[in-house]
Design a protein around this ligand. Structure first.
Ligand SMILES: [Zn+2]
Length: 404
């Protein structure tokens, strides 16, 4: 007599264990044939589209809401403006940003995309000058001029002028390496280690301006957008973020070009954003930290990566506790709503704080119904206080020359 567990449990519920003993053996009359059990109800929609799959965790585990960071925070990675040449688009006013900072214990925010020339002056007036000590602005190179004769020296001099205007560092977007081409938008891509930028990197070192550099992107952006891609939802929402195919270099080639440039500029300080732009591979990030002592890393928009490898991530931060900076890559709404892992609001900071301060398990890394970067959840690191203080504040304060 074969019976599966579900049938057995159903029969128990219907009439007791006696049904398991063949009644004929007890001398009872043969039972009348019974109707087969009803099949399990089909899901409301079958098959279910991936976009509609929103499983809710049934885990009963501790949840700690961390409303304020345990120490004052310097957020070194935010975008309150975008620049096109010297033309600026501002995404928020200080009056919109400061209340969130105050509630979340963020002392200072660094607006990395502060533009150049007249645009930079405008950004500094709008933020740094309006609320001294609360905002810091970085300048950006003028990539569109790269083919002009004399660009290399002009760009180095321009960085010096930017410093005089109040810029506290330089931001390099992934424009360099992935978008900038010899003829603007056509021709071969300009390499990260192109010699035309050498005077600029040197100027940054000489002037004490740290360079926040974004090179490459998540590894999955370099592989096909197919069923094997762990960022399938994200690339479906932003297909233009894919660097698979066409003439793009591989992730490894981009990082190698960056490293060749680092090797030529040992006296320039770099903040390598997004965990050295290789958050999936902390062994490699560690190797680079050991090899190039002039750089530190920041983890904006990558707690999704760190938090799914919490033991490796904690060991990494413990080992490099003087070289890891707090950043969120925050973009104010409504623009930021397109990137839930970066949207500047209270919930974003609460998730970062929970990740760093607690040992909570399996929680969302972004305020969104579907995890926006990949369908997984994260685990808190529970960092000890001395490390938290360095990561939240002291490491950035030292690099940026802040006294408070
Ligand atoms: Zn960014």
């Amino acid at each position: 007599m074969s019976i599966n567990r579900r049938e057995w449990l159903a029969r128990l519920a219907a009439g007791g264990a006696g049904l398991l003993v063949p009644r004929r053996a007890l001398g009872a009359p043969a039972p009348r044939p019974q109707a087969a059990p009803a099949p399990a109800p089909a899901p409301a929609t079958c098959p279910l589209a991936l976009k509609d799959f929103q499983p809710r965790s049934m885990l009963h585990v501790a949840e700690h809401k961390v409303e304020r960071a345990r120490f004052p925070v310097i957020d070194v990675h935010a975008h309150f403006s975008w620049s096109k040449g010297e033309e600026m688009t501002f995404l928020a006013t200080p009056a919109q940003i400061l209340p969130v900072m105050d509630r979340k214990n963020v002392r200072t925010m660094v607006n990395l995309t502060g533009g150049s020339g007249a645009g930079l002056a405008q950004a500094i007036r709008r933020f740094d000058a309006a609320a001294p000590g609360r905002f810091i602005t970085f300048t950006e190179p003028s990539w569109h001029r790269v083919r002009e004769p004399g660009y290399a020296q002009w760009q180095a001099d321009e960085i010096e002028r930017a410093k005089k205007a109040g810029a506290r560092g330089v931001k390099v977007l992934k424009t360099l390496g992935l978008f900038l081409r010899e003829n603007g938008t056509a021709g071969p891509l300009v390499k990260i280690d192109d010699a035309r930028f050498d005077p600029m990197w040197d100027a940054c070192g000489r002037l004490g301006l740290p360079v926040a550099i974004h090179v490459s992107d998540p590894e999955a952006f370099f592989t096909p957008i197919d069923r094997f891609n762990e960022r399938y939802d994200e690339l479906g929402n932003h297909p233009d973020w894919s660097f698979h195919d066409r003439d793009f270099p591989s992730n490894a080639e981009l990082l190698a070009a960056r490293n060749r440039m680092f090797a030529r500029h040992p006296n320039t300080r770099f903040i390598v954003l997004h965990v050295g732009n290789d958050a999936e591979n902390l062994a490699s990030v560690s190797e680079n930290l050991d090899r190039f002592p002039q750089h530190v890393v920041e983890f904006g928009a990558r707690i999704g990566e760190l938090g799914r490898q919490p033991r490796t991530a904690r060991r990494f931060i413990e080992k490099y506790q003087d070289r890891v900076l707090f950043g969120t890559d925050a973009v104010p709404p409504p623009d930021g709503d397109n990137y839930p892992q970066q949207v500047f609001k209270d919930e974003l900071y609460e998730i970062y704080y929970r990740f760093l301060e607690t040992e909570d398990e399996y929680f969302d890394y972004a305020p969104a119904v579907v995890p926006p970067q990949g369908r997984w959840r994260i685990y808190g690191l529970g960092l000890p206080e001395p490390i938290l203080k360095k990561v939240y504040h002291d490491n950035a304060a030292r690099l940026l020359g802040l006294t408070s």
